[in-house]
Design a protein. Structure first.
Length: 419
């Protein structure tokens, strides 16, 4: 009789143990899933933060709030079950509290892993270099080549082979600066492409910009793309769907070749030198112009040490209003190159050495200048990568529609020198 009871007990225990084992497996599986969800969300919070900018910050904040909301809901469920009478919700309450804790723990682990092992977003490193480019066009009337003009070279992402060459000063087509954007074919990364275009500075506002493109032109380049020749036989003019055909008389097809040569890469983490103080003198032909001789200014640099932009305020007064100068040299300018000159009248003078960005901010928040004159002008004399120079401008046009009390154009000379 006793043996029968033992057999029955053994059968009962054998039925209970698999049930307990199944519950344990379920609990472990649920715990791993909750931790995994938390770790994934924490990883994404850290990754979004590494993107930078407003988008990254908003993404990280949204995911962080999602983690907090999930944990808060789990805690509320746990508290609700804990308050059930006679302890009927004790088990469910403990599960809810455990889920909230595991979720937060997983999120913390995911965030820390990204931070410690530097698994966040890293922008591709694209190297920059200064170069030269020359162009030969076949049978194009009205084109005046400029010889070896400035070019900017860029590497492929996270590599050292040249993938892009932007020729900024090839010559003049119909008295407008001709430029080119060249994609050098890189195996497995890009195919050859060329876009020739006319600088839009002299074109009427709201009109189509003349542009000629060709896919896969003939390219002969060195193994690293640092030097080469691109031959285009059928670069067709593009028609803007909204603006239509570019105004004026432009060739339907451009054919010719461009040769380029790139210098050494700038340091990938190289930064420009801090701005230097400078001096300038602006002489205008306007009868009510009062110049300030050797006015104080500021020179801002590019990573290669050439001057990017020269600003000064005030350089004199026109009709009693202080005038500022913004001379965008574009980096590594040479005699004969075209650079952007802007003269603007302000209500009040800006502090000496105010950066270009600060000027834009002040202009945006104060209603901008009263009136300004701007256009591309030709550099006459220049030295030291733009450290000093002189230019003459004729009939610099106004921007917008000024009051009739202001001249429609300005003419004069400008000299600058970075101390």
């Amino acid at each position: 009789m006793l043996g029968r009871h033992r057999v029955a007990d053994d059968v009962a225990v054998s039925e209970i143990e698999p049930e307990h084992a199944s519950r344990r497996r379920w609990r472990w599986t649920a715990a791993v899933v909750v931790v995994g969800v938390g770790a994934f969300l924490g990883f994404q919070v850290a990754y979004q933060s590494s993107l930078g900018g407003l988008g990254g910050a908003l993404g990280a904040a949204f995911l962080g709030m999602a983690i907090g909301a999930l944990a808060f809901v789990a805690l509320l469920v746990g508290v609700g079950n804990a308050l059930r009478p006679a302890g009927r919700g004790r088990v469910a309450s403990s599960y809810s509290f455990a889920a909230a804790g595991l979720l937060l723990t997983g999120a913390a682990v995911g965030y820390v892993v990204v931070t410690v092992f530097d698994l966040g977003y890293h922008a591709p490193v694209v190297l920059q270099a200064r170069g030269e480019a020359t162009v030969t066009l076949d049978g194009v009337a009205g084109f005046e080549p400029r010889g070896a003009g400035r070019a900017d070279c860029q590497s492929e992402a996270d590599g050292t082979d040249v993938e892009r060459v932007v020729a900024l000063s090839l010559g003049e087509l119909n008295h407008n600066v001709l430029r080119a954007d060249i994609t050098v074919p890189v195996a497995g990364a890009s195919r050859g492409f060329i876009s020739l275009f006319v600088d839009a500075a002299h074109l009427p506002p709201g009109t189509a910009q003349p542009m000629w493109t060709m896919i896969e032109p003939g390219v002969e380049a060195s193994s690293d793309g640092g030097t080469g020749t691109i031959r285009f036989d059928l670069a067709l003019i593009q028609v803007d769907p909204k603006l239509g055909v570019p105004p004026g008389s432009w060739p339907e097809v451009l054919a010719g070749e461009i040769r380029w040569s790139c210098g050494p890469w700038f340091a990938p983490d190289g930064s420009a030198a801090p701005p230097l103080d400078g001096i300038t003198t602006v002489d205008l032909t306007a009868h009510d112009w009062v110049a300030e001789s050797r006015a104080a200014g500021a020179c801002e640099f590019e990573p290669d040490g050439s001057v990017w932009v020269f600003t000064a305020d005030p350089v004199g007064t026109l009709q009693g209003r202080p005038m500022r100068v913004n001379l965008d040299l574009g980096g590594d300018p040479r005699a004969g190159d075209e650079v952007l000159l802007q003269l603007a009248l302000q209500e009040t003078a800006l502090p000496t050495g105010t950066s270009r960005y600060a000027e834009n901010l002040i202009a945006a928040t104060s209603g901008g200048p009263i009136v300004s004159w701007a256009d591309l002008v030709t550099v006459g004399e220049i030295s030291g990568g733009g450290l000093s120079g002189q230019l003459t401008f004729e009939q610099l046009p106004t921007e917008g529609t000024p009051n009739v009390s202001w001249p429609l154009t300005l003419s004069g000379t400008l000299t600058w020198d970075c101390a």
